[in-house]
Ligand binder design. Structure first.
Ligand code: GLV
Length: 326
């Protein structure tokens, strides 16, 4: 039997799974993430942790979490933990691949379409009494159908976005660390270099995981290379975009708009200039937030915890500690 720290209330029956497997659950009761001191305190007595992307594991925290055998992130991304540091400490790090791609792609498309057709701005205007008549010129937007979509990162989520684009007869371009001829054929997508993709796309959708190479992948030169009408959609990580450059691009009219589910930092302070741009939509990092998907993500994290605490390899490892803690 182990003690499992769970850093937020999760959807579905994941905690019951932990209890049924004989473990004791230490559930953080707050709506907000545990502050760093609370993480130190709770993890010091924990054999396993079910954590969120908001829980940052510094090397100091890994060192003080002396009993910890597994960090099971309820997320596909794991930029809150350094896998090499976790390995060196003998701690498994796991994530939730596969289950959230379709749901995240749904939200990506919702953002893309909302930005293209001013869904949020026109709703706001309607509520404020702005709907005086049918207007031949109000809220003109960009067509999504037959437009060119540039996908940056043709992984699971990028591919799910490309499948949706086919239904809108979009031309799909993609870029990434390397071409994927098999995916390209299946999705009718065409490889471009990043500068080519930026110059040719009406919509640019980011699906890169955050790492040192992808940090600020989209900065001032990249934004300047986009079409003046183009819309940038980001459901990956806020730090993939140089946000100061994005503000300059929106204010300067270098691009048409942006639809962001992720920002840098999160939450984005209310005084941030991005909120002042009329052509920006911001959602609070909810791309995977459907009942079913969040429930499946929590269940996967619980299964990873149970496996490690029973001395087995977790089903979804991100790292492979050479000497896992016994
Ligand atoms: C959420 O952002 C995730 O990485 O799953």
């Amino acid at each position: 039997m182990g003690r499992v720290f769970v850093s937020r209330r999760v959807q579905g029956g994941a905690l019951d799974t932990l209890v049924a497997a004989g473990h004791e659950v230490d559930l953080w009761p707050g709506e907000l993430p545990p502050p760093p001191e609370a993480l130190v305190e709770h993890l010091a007595g924990a054999d396993a942790a079910m954590t969120m992307v908001t829980d940052r594991f510094s090397s100091a925290l890994l060192a003080t979490s002396a009993r910890l055998k597994v960090i099971a992130n309820v997320a596909v991304g794991y930029d809150n933990v350094d896998p090499a540091e976790a390995s060196a400490a003998g701690i498994w790090l796991t994530n939730t691949p596969g289950v959230l791609a379709e749901t995240t792609a749904d939200h990506t498309f919702a953002l893309l379409m909302a930005a293209a057709r001013h869904v949020v701005a026109s709703d706001r205007d309607t509520r404020a009494g702005g709907w005086k008549t049918w207007s031949p010129t109000a809220f003109l937007g960009s067509d999504v159908h037959h437009a060119t979509l540039g996908i940056v990162g043709l992984g699971e989520i990028g591919q799910a976005v490309a499948r949706r684009a086919a239904g809108f007869a979009m031309k799909v371009l993609y870029t990434g660390r390397m071409p994927h001829p098999d995916r390209e054929r299946a999705l009718n997508a065409e490889w471009r270099t990043l500068p080519e993709l930026l110059a040719q796309s009406d919509f640019v959708s980011l699906h890169a995981s955050l790492n040192p190479e992808s940090r600020h992948l989209i900065g001032a030169p990249q934004l300047a290379a986009m079409k003046r009408s183009a819309i940038l959609v980001n459901t990956s990580r806020g730090q993939v975009v140089d946000q100061d450059a994005l503000v300059a691009a929106l204010q300067g009219g270098w691009i048409g708009g942006a639809a962001l589910d992720v920002t840098d930092p999160e939450p984005l302070p209310l005084i941030h200039p991005l909120y002042a741009s009329p052509n920006v939509i911001i959602t609070p990092h909810i791309a995977s937030a459907s009942f079913d998907t969040r429930s499946r993500m929590a269940a996967m994290a619980a299964a990873n915890v149970v496996a490690v605490l029973e001395g087995r390899e977790p089903p979804n490892p991100v790292n492979r500690p050479p000497r896992p803690r016994a």
